[in-house]
Design a protein. Structure first.
Length: 319
């Protein structure tokens, strides 16, 4: 329940600007929260202020004082975890729980471990645009990049350096998304999947779309099992103990990882096409530059020769 409430609150009253912009411009929120997790503190405080201002909508009224304080603490901690400035700290702590050999993994009886899982969960939900199906991903991307360009315009009008990827005169949408997936969303999804926390389903290997982007060497996600559906027709006439059973291979298919992989491929392809087009234009410009510096053409030489002949003729007549 705390995660649901945190998800509803985590971007409340967002001004459409980044923490760095608010700090650089000495915005009231930045001054109030001492330049630290400015937006996240504002979202939490403003949302809680709204929630507690209307007692008729307080669905937590039946919690006692201790339970309410604990619930509010969990919601606030989850919201504050969405500050991307702390992203790699959370990821490193989470990875140490699930990857280190001598670490027993996540201890579900430990409150701190459960809180860490909740924080990573809401972080993934907060930045999972690239893990949505392509149509939704592109819609979210368009909204975010327009917000970025608006901030870049304001930075330019204030005489501030334009933040990376926010200059509409030099769009780098594909590189923005490819970098975001490679360095932020991808590693977080991989860690959450390694912990066995991403949703998935067992499917027959032959039922998986060959273009799903899954690696062939992920044998750890496969399981062999025996099924009469896979037996030879001739074997069905034999007694059960004499039937030859064949193994059918299964693997876990995760729709989130599938979308993430496909969208990553999309942006990498766009980057390759943009680089190819840029190279083509550069070569064309180079050819045009070279042609302008070439020796005179035969037509130009003929005109010069005719002028010389005319001059010689005039000199001969004068003599």
């Amino acid at each position: 329940m705390a995660l649901y409430v945190a998800a509803a609150m985590h971007d409340y009253d967002h001004p459409g600007r980044t923490n760095a912009f608010l700090v650089a411009t000495n915005a009231p929120q930045a001054v109030l929260y001492n330049d630290r997790s400015v937006l996240e503190n504002h979202h939490s405080a403003a949302a809680w202020n709204l929630f507690m201002s209307r007692s008729e909508f307080n669905f937590l009224a039946n919690l006692d004082h201790v339970e309410f304080k604990r619930f509010r603490f969990l919601v606030i901690e989850a919201i504050l975890a969405t500050d991307l400035k702390k992203h790699f700290d959370f990821l490193a702590e989470f990875n140490s729980k699930i990857n280190e050999v001598n670490n027993p993994g996540i201890d579900w009886t430990n409150e701190n471990d459960r809180l860490l899982v909740c924080q990573v969960c809401i972080k993934l939900a907060d930045i999972n645009g690239p893990a949505k199906r392509r149509e939704l991903h592109l819609q979210w991307t368009e909204g975010i990049v327009n917000e970025f360009y608006e901030q870049g315009d304001e930075e330019a009008s204030l005489g501030l350096p334009i933040s990376p990827f926010m200059d509409r005169s030099s769009p780098q949408l594909a590189r923005l998304q490819e970098s975001f997936i490679t360095h932020i969303v991808g590693p977080l999804c991989n860690s959450y999947e390694a912990a066995g926390l991403l949703p998935g389903q067992w499917v027959d290997e032959e039922d998986i779309d060959p273009e799903c982007g899954e690696d062939d060497d992920e044998d750890e996600d496969m399981e062999d099992f025996e099924s009469e559906d896979e037996m030879d027709d001739d074997d069905l006439d034999l007694p059960r103990r004499h039937r030859r059973k064949r193994k059918r291979r299964q693997r876990i298919f995760c729709q989130i990882m599938h979308h993430l992989t496909e969208n990553h491929k999309l942006w990498k392809k766009v980057i390759e096409e943009e680089e190819h087009e840029q190279q083509r234009k550069s070569e064309l410009n180079l050819q045009q530059t070279d042609s302008s510096s070439l020796p005179q053409t035969s037509d130009d030489i003929q005109v010069i020769e005719e002028a010389d002949e005319e001059e010689e003729k005039q000199q001969a007549e004068e003599q």
